[in-house]
Design a protein around this ligand. Structure first.
Ligand code: ADP
Length: 461
């Protein structure tokens, strides 16, 4: 007779390896704070990249005129125009278009990628109608929301440090991405001026703060992840001598690069090793949308191989990387039916897996485990940022209303993930402090935010 180990042994081990008890979450939050501190001191030591964005002031609400934004974040790029009416009228009208990036272009040349983007932009600009009022004799100005790590030296230029989120476009790393866009716009005969280069976190912060002045931190949880916040120039040793009229600068933490003290499994390590950027972006690979589905797939495949989950034959399709997406985990977790029919059909459609009820329950437990870990760690990261801000400005964070604006398809669409994130923030901070912390979903703020920052950095004002 065989000793029944069943899927339980691997599931128990998985849950143990992915566990996020309070002391671990506190430790992650504390280390996030100290890694931020280290990154502000020097570009060369340990610590997070903590990239200066050269955004010194957020839009005031007085901005007026027609502005464009181009948002390149991952799976899609969005183009947007907005007519701003100043203090009373605010946003008079907006229009946007979304284009998905063909998978090939993620491995193409820089010219090919930027030509595709400039062409999409040119088509959109050509459709501008009389709802929008453009001052003759001026160039159309655009905010370029570019959500990859960039080394900025001014508000309107920045050199790509590395691609993330599965992009491996050749010839862009080391170049000014505004110059890349300008050259491609020129090839399209499009005469626009990039007035602000920002990433999606900065765009989200600007877009959210435009409506609510208590917004202090912005987080993106989509294909990838990042967070930014408002820092005092005097707390940024590596910018010594830099002058800012506001005394502040938005810092892009690049927290996706964080890696200390995370509860990782062999599946995380194997996925990392097989990625286009092994050893990099470990926090991102643990908490963001591009990866959660793939981690679950690796776990399920291992359970099928070692413990016969799904029966004696191993479903071949389940060995294909990225065959399960994070939206699939989400869809399965919404199945409240007794026989888990939706789980069954999704497993069959996506992975060619035939399953019984017990197996479906195991699959859901695996999803739950990976999603709980992701959401809880994202929450710990947010607490880390708030703690760092509180240290510099005693009482200004936990002593009054502080809003964290979050955007991205993962946060927006995955209710369980959202709940784990919020619970984690509450658990780490305790009731008193967390009462002042408001976590808000800021939908599509980054596009408008990019246009707002183009307006507040306009060459004509
Ligand atoms: P991007 O980050 O690519 O600019 P989004 O913010 O829209 O764009 O995020 C898209 C990501 O969000 C997808 O890659 C996916 O991981 C995640 N996502 C989208 N829809 C869902 C869903 N229904 N459930 C869970 N995750 C989702």
């Amino acid at each position: 007779s065989t000793v029944s180990v069943g899927p339980t042994r691997l599931l128990t081990k998985l849950k143990h390896d992915c566990d996020t008890p309070l002391p671990l979450l506190q430790q992650v939050a504390d280390t996030m704070s100290s890694q931020m501190q280290a990154g502000l001191s020097s570009d060369h030591g340990p610590g997070l990249p903590m990239i200066p964005t050269f955004v010194h002031t957020l839009p005031t609400g007085n901005e007026k005129g027609l502005f464009y934004a181009l948002d390149l974040g991952g799976t899609n790029f969005r183009v947007l125009r907005v007519q701003l009416g100043g203090k009373d009228d605010r946003v008079i009208s907006t229009e946007f278009d979304q284009v998905s990036i063909p998978h090939d272009l993620m491995f193409a040349t820089s010219e090919e990628l930027f030509d595709f983007i400039a062409l999409g932009l040119a088509k959109f600009v050509a459709k501008e109608d009389d709802k929008f009022h453009f001052s003759q004799g001026r160039k159309r100005e655009i905010g370029f929301t570019f959500s990859f790590p960039v080394k900025q030296t001014s508000i309107d230029s920045g050199i790509l440090i590395k691609w993330t989120k599965g992009f491996a476009v050749s010839g862009t790393v080391g170049r000014d991405v505004v110059a890349c866009l300008n050259e491609a716009m020129e090839r399209q005969g499009l005469d626009m001026r990039v007035s602000a280069l920002v990433n999606d976190t900065v765009g989200t912060l600007a877009g959210a703060e435009y409506w609510d002045n208590d917004v202090k931190v912005a987080v993106i949880l989509g294909t990838g992840t990042n967070a930014c916040y408002i820092e005092q120039i005097s707390s940024i040793p590596k910018l010594q001598g830099h002058v800012s009229s506001s005394g502040k600068m938005i810092i892009s933490t690049e927290w996706g690069a964080f890696s200390n003290g995370l509860p990782l499994t062999v599946f995380d390590r194997e996925m990392d090793a097989a990625s286009v950027n092994p050893g990099h972006q470990i926090f991102e690979k643990t908490i963001s949308g591009m990866y959660l589905g793939e981690i679950v797939r690796r776990v399920l495949f291992n359970m099928a191989e070692e413990e016969g989950l799904f029966g004696i034959s191993i479903p071949q399709k389940l060995s294909t990387p990225f065959i399960l997406g994070t939206p699939d985990l989400c869809a399965m977790q919404q199945d409240n039916s007794g026989d888990l029919d939706a789980v069954g059909s999704l497993l069959y459609d996506k992975a060619g897996v035939e399953s019984n009820l017990g197996e479906r329950k195991t699959v859901l437990e695996v999803c739950e485990t990976i999603v709980k870990r992701g959401g809880s760690l994202a929450g710990a990261g947010i607490v880390g940022i708030l703690q760092k801000m509180e240290e510099d400005s005693k009482g200004l964070i936990f002593g009054k209303r502080s809003v964290v604006a979050i955007d991205g398809g993962l946060y927006e669409n995955y209710p369980q993930y959202r709940t784990y994130l919020q619970d984690s923030v509450k658990e780490i901070l305790g009731t008193e402090k967390s009462n002042n912390v408001v976590i808000e979903h800021s939908k599509d703020g980054s596009g408008i935010g990019g246009a707002l920052l183009a307006a507040s950095n306009s060459m004509y004002s």
